[in-house]
Write a protein that binds this ligand. Structure first.
Ligand code: PTJ
Length: 249
């Protein structure tokens, strides 16, 4: 692999691409994951490749939701497993959430590889391999979940979701926190907390907020949840994308 100089203007973006390529080579990421990453990059470029203030507010609200949940679960697909394995493990530790592998292009082999990969990065008890329950109303493989994982969760964090499942999880009464760089995607539109940010920035920032909020009292966490305005967050991201860095929030 070509060495990327630290001062290269697109350093972070190129490193991220290589992680996705390695994920495909290692049987963790699907080939469609390469296309998804390209779509995400385009939105990120327009957002200025930074966490905008409305996304930071969403990340704080997501942290509060995970901390106050009875059973928080972080859903892991082939892209996030390749991009942020350490950050996912740190997020689970900071919030008490379970990590559960859930794939759009599901194969048993890829589920096992992702679970192994997360364990190599320090995760304990990765869910998603039992596949003994289904999300009602979905006819593709993303419906396949563990009964003691996503099926049982009251709050689910979903990085890079597809719209169908977002709606199906909402139908089950779950609070859904979605990370997606496209504010117009159906999943971002359906989420209780849409986080319009790159997973490589969003996951560590949710963890930082969770560490901070775990020192606070319940009222502070509740206030953070109540004050978050999902419509305003979606609007601010869209304005930034359409208006450039000087427009929007
Ligand atoms: O590993 P699997 O089988 O579960 O498959 C995962 C992918 C992501 C391939 C699958 O869910 C898929 O095809 O997703 P889509 O429909 O391409 O949607 C991906 C969404 O994530 C798009 O709206 C992208 O803008 C967004 N996205 C891509 N990369 C990132 C991102 N959002 C945040 N951070 C990223 N790095």
């Amino acid at each position: 692999m070509t060495e990327i100089p630290d001062d290269h203007p697109r350093h972070d973006s190129l490193v991220t691409r290589h992680r996705i390529e390695d994920g495909v080579d290692d049987g963790i990421t699907s080939r469609q994951g390469l296309i998804a990453q390209g779509r995400g990059e385009a939105y990120d470029y327009l957002l200025g490749e930074e966490t905008i203030p409305s996304a930071d507010a969403a990340e704080r609200a997501a942290a509060a939701q995970l901390l106050t949940a009875d059973h928080p679960v972080v859903s892991v697909n082939g892209n996030v497993a390749a991009l942020v394995p350490d950050a996912l493990v740190a997020l689970a530790a900071a919030t008490g959430a379970d990590l559960a592998v859930n794939l759009f292009n599901r194969t048993e082999e890829r589920v096992e590889r992702i679970a192994d990969h997360l364990r190599e990065h320090g995760a304990s008890g990765v869910l998603g391999t039992k596949a003994d329950a289904r999300i009602p109303g979905l006819d593709h493989e993303r419906a396949t979940v563990d009964s003691d994982g996503i099926y049982d969760a009251d709050v689910v964090l979903v990085p890079l979701e597809d719209g169908d499942r977002a709606a199906a999880l909402a139908e089950m009464g779950k609070t859904e926190l979605v990370i997606d760089l496209n504010p117009l995607s159906r999943s971002a539109q359906a989420a209780s907390v849409p986080i319009i940010d790159n997973v490589v920035r969003a996951v560590p920032n949710i963890t930082a907020h969770a560490r901070d909020l775990s020192e606070a009292d319940n009222d502070a966490r509740e206030e953070c949840i109540q004050e978050f305005d999902r419509e305003a967050a979606l609007r601010a991201a869209e304005e930034r994308i359409r208006g450039g860095v000087s427009g929007g929030a």
